[in-house]
Write a protein that binds this ligand. Structure first.
Ligand SMILES: [Zn+2]
Ligand SMILES: [Zn+2]
Length: 252
């Protein structure tokens, strides 16, 4: 299995997953040129994608989708509420390429399950991709529900949100209503919450990529330290931890 976070953060998100000869993209929130260039670094032509999964309709997850669809034949899967919300957006997407996923869908040998996440979008989800290995993508989370936790259990690679440092957010430049939105139950996950959720798992992921970091209210080193500290508190000191970036591809 290969998992590469092509881009991650409030300006755009996209994750590439290859497992059992099947190639998936979760979200297309950056331009097609960027996606194409980074996939080329992995020797993956854009046309070889088997499916694209959309977590929710926020522009940092779908901005590049309409253009991407002109460069691949891959079908797009999302929850019905997300498809409706995307249809109401500015980008015209060909309906025959869009498919509703309720709980799970099979793509070749892979089973891709959508699970609910608490976030301020129409019907937001994370994805659990299972084949010979398991990869889970869970970002844009107000908090970690039992559903999210069970999707995280036992992942070989887990892409998991560590959006902000609470103190940096509180003291930072954002207007109060935006701070409240981020801190709220349908907002984004703080570094310390990520650490708590990760250390509470019964079956620890083999690799963790912290993702969707705020450029204003977080730093890769702070997210990494906070999560590492949480693991150190339970006696885990060697941790395969990476941090996804806004402007650079990060491979697990
Ligand atoms: Zn969002
Ligand atoms: Zn987002």
């Amino acid at each position: 299995m290969r998992v590469s976070v092509l881009a991650s953060g409030s300006k755009g998100n996209s994750v590439f997953i290859e497992m059992d000869d099947t190639r998936l993209l979760v979200d297309a929130g950056v331009g097609v040129r960027r996606i194409e260039r980074e996939l080329a670094e992995l020797s993956v032509p854009l046309e070889s994608l088997d499916a694209v999964f959309v977590t929710h309709e926020h522009s940092d997850h779908v901005k590049g989708l309409a253009t991407l669809l002109r460069h691949t034949d891959a079908p797009v899967y999302a929850r019905p509420g997300t498809l409706r919300a995307m249809a109401a957006g500015a980008d015209v997407m060909p309906e025959e390429r869009l498919f509703a996923v309720h709980d799970a869908v099979e793509v070749g040998p892979l089973r891709v399950s959508a699970f609910d996440i608490p976030h301020d979008a129409a019907d937001p989800v994370g994805y659990e991709i299972a084949g010979s290995r398991k990869c889970t993508v869970a970002t844009d989370l107000g908090y970690v529900t039992d559903t999210v936790r069970s999707a995280m259990e036992g992942a070989d690679v887990l892409v998991f949100e560590a959006n902000h440092d609470r103190q940096m957010l509180r003291q930072g430049p954002y207007p109060w209503p935006l701070k409240q939105r981020i801190l709220g139950n349908r907002g984004h996950l703080a570094n310390d919450e990520a650490g708590r959720a990760l250390t509470s798992l019964k079956s620890r992921p083999k690799k963790i990529i912290l993702a969707h970091l705020s450029e204003t209210n977080n730093r890769p080193s702070i997210a990494e330290e906070t999560v590492s500290r949480a693991f150190a508190e339970i006696g885990v000191t060697s941790l395969p931890l990476a941090v996804a970036l806004q402007d650079e591809m990060v491979t697990a």
